[in-house]
Design a protein around this ligand. Structure first.
Ligand SMILES: Cc1cc2nc3c(=O)[nH]c(=O)nc-3n(C[C@H](O)[C@H](O)[C@H](O)COP(=O)(O)O)c2cc1C
Length: 180
């Protein structure tokens, strides 16, 4: 089962990215958890580029096509979604394989809810299949836990494991994952 993780922060010390790395390290057997590394290479979305999409966009779309499910972790900026995650998703609006793709949103902050709601509204508008049991708040931001210690912190690791299990169960309920 292939799970693709998208991150809404480009910061080298991003806690959202650290949360996704922790999820990768905790992924159950049989789950190939890949974190998309090209957010910073995506140009700002321009529909006029659609006929010949730039290479980073093709890489994003290929990764989405291959994925059985997507996980998103993104911080809130000024009560909204970050430009990074919005730009990434804008490049996927016209990408047919994104529609009906199972998606889990990991909210990485205990106090952020504007961006979480806005992100889910965007995803619903894009016809994503939001996995309710896997859309969870895992508040690493503001916790004081070092980015490298998230997977070893029980309250985070248990929430991450549960969310990953919910993703696996959801994909399996939809039918067998595609062949690797
Ligand atoms: C420009 C900017 C705006 C922010 N706005 C909010 C906000 O509206 N609500 C909030 O809870 N945190 C806000 N924050 C705090 C971020 O959630 C925090 O810096 C977080 O660690 C960023 O995520 P990252 O660690 O994944 O980069 C903001 C941070 C920045 C840099």
């Amino acid at each position: 089962m292939k799970v693709l993780a998208l991150c809404g922060s480009l910061r080298s010390q991003s806690l959202s990215a650290a949360l996704l790395r922790a999820a990768k390290s905790l992924a159950p057997a049989g789950v190939d958890f890949q974190i998309f590394g090209g957010h910073g290479q995506l140009p700002l979305f321009n529909p006029e580029l659609e006929p010949c999409p730039p290479a980073p966009v093709v890489a994003l779309r290929d990764a989405v096509t291959a994925a059985d499910a997507i996980v998103i972790a993104s911080p809130e900026y000024a009560h909204g979604v970050t430009g990074t995650i919005k730009n990434t998703l804008d490049w996927l609006v016209g990408h047919i394989p994104f529609a009906y793709k199972p998606v889990a949103v990991f909210n990485p902050a205990h106090q952020s809810y504007h961006a979480d709601e806005a992100l889910k509204e965007i995803l619903r508008t894009m016809s994503a299949d939001l996995i309710s049991d896997a859309c969870v708040r895992i508040p690493v931001i503001g916790s004081g836990v070092n980015p490298g210690d998230i997977a070893a912190t029980t309250m985070f690791s248990s929430a991450i494991r549960s969310a990953l299990q919910a993703i696996v169960a959801h994909v399996k309920a939809q039918g067998l994952p595609r062949e690797a």
